[in-house]
Design a protein around this ligand. Structure first.
Ligand code: UD1
Length: 363
């Protein structure tokens, strides 16, 4: 069986790593790894291939950054000849980025089976580009692999046949469990002069936060207070960095002496940074899941989450962008008033293995 695996943006690399290993271990699957080039900086891409020991992409479409239409269209144009040349039995896409829908659409139009890993998640907010990518990719996929029961329920509610849907667990957690011991050896805390459990980690990159001066301003108001009480480490995403500079906000954050802005980190250093943090403030999807397994309090700076299991059984609290709510929830998290947390069903490091078995059976 021949499968093309697609990856394009930073969180995709973390998800594809255990799948590549499981396909190799199966012995009867030949793979081609296609990198769309949506993310291209060493710190957003190459570092992840090195640290997660993912083989070099067989093909790099080299598409790079652009508006949604151009980026999606360029990926489609570049991916079609690769598919025609390789003629796989299936194309596997992960997550919800523009590379996911672009390559999925090309595959189904050529009559090739489409497999979506991390299917069914819904924020029910169609202003999010990722929500559009999720809904459309799921609508055209032949096999849909879900991380949590809400994903299965959402797909069933949208009329997807039960025979296509499989609750398998979470490949991002496969990677976390596989790399936790290695990450524990990271010297990032000493490098940044931080004490275990005595700092907060911040990540921010959603357009609804960093492209909107109102939301960004409310978050900065909260950070201003928090950084006076405890240090914040902030690995800055390129989109956020650009907006800070161009929006004239750089001077404001520079004045916050407790807010430490650093370049994006590699996987192992970031995992160590998260696991030793007192709390994490984020608008990322994957980090809500990772902090659930690490049992570190997570405050999600969005109005909702497409990953409700992280709130139901995990450490996640959805706080939105209200300044006072962010500050009070952060203080409560540090005071240790959090309830007991559980591991979501099947987040046990074996999701990629389950996916491989089902693909071998069904395709
Ligand atoms: C993309 C995904 C988002 C995901 C995020 C993870 C879509 C619609 N969005 O958002 O779901 O959570 O990746 O990081 O697919 N840039 C660089 N270097 C890079 C890549 C990007 O400098 O290697 C800069 C460029 O200025 C670019 C901007 O970041 O315009 C945004 O990149 P883009 O890939 O369009 O979206 P992300 O915000 O990264």
């Amino acid at each position: 069986m021949k499968i093309i695996n697609v990856a394009g943006a930073r969180p995709n690399f973390v998800k594809i790593a255990p799948l590549m290993s499981a396909f190799k271990a199966a012995g009867n699957i030949e793979t081609l790894l296609v990198h769309t080039g949506q993310h291209y900086d060493k710190k957003m891409s190459g570092l992840f291939f090195d640290q997660l020991e993912i083989s070099r992409p067989d093909v790099n479409l080299g598409v790079g950054s652009a508006g949604h239409a151009v980026q999606t269209a360029e990926i489609m144009k570049a991916f079609e000849p690769v598919l025609e040349g390789y003629r796989p039995d299936a194309v596997l896409v992960v997550g919800d980025v523009n590379s996911t829908i672009a390559c999925g659409l090309v595959a189904v139009k050529l009559g090739i089976k489409l497999v979506h890993v991390e299917a069914g998640l819904r924020s029910f907010d169609r202003r999010m580009p990722e929500e559009i990518n999720r809904v459309l990719t799921d609508a055209i996929s032949d096999l849909l692999f879900c991380t949590e029961q809400s994903g299965v329920d959402n797909l069933r509610n949208e009329g997807v046949g039960g025979e296509k849907i499989f609750l398998v667990g979470n490949v991002m957690i496969d990677t976390l469990l596989e790399n936790k011991a290695k990450a524990d050896e990271s010297t990032i805390l000493a490098g940044l002069g931080l004490e275990d459990g005595k700092y907060t980690v911040l990540t921010l990159h959603r357009p609804s936060n960093v492209d909107d001066p109102g939301a960004f301003g409310r978050i900065l108001d909260a950070l201003e207070v928090i950084q006076r009480e405890s240090p914040i480490v902030f690995p800055v995403h390129p989109r956020t960095s650009k907006n800070l500079r161009e929006g004239g906000l750089a001077a404001r954050v520079d004045q916050m002496v407790g807010l430490r802005m650093i370049d994006p980190l590699g996987y192992l250093d970031f995992l160590k940074l998260m696991s030793s943090a007192a709390a994490v403030l984020t608008d990322s999807g994957g980090i809500q899941e990772e902090t659930t397994i690490l049992k570190v309090p997570c405050l999600t700076l969005r109005d909702g989450t497409e990953r409700p299991i992280t709130v139901e059984v995990g450490t996640n609290t959805v706080v939105g962008t209200d300044t006072e709510k962010i500050i009070s929830t952060w203080r409560a998290a540090l005071a240790g008033r959090d309830r007991k947390v559980q591991t979501p069903p099947l987040w046990d490091g074996k999701a990629a293995q389950r996916i491989t078995e089902i693909i071998c059976d069904k395709i």
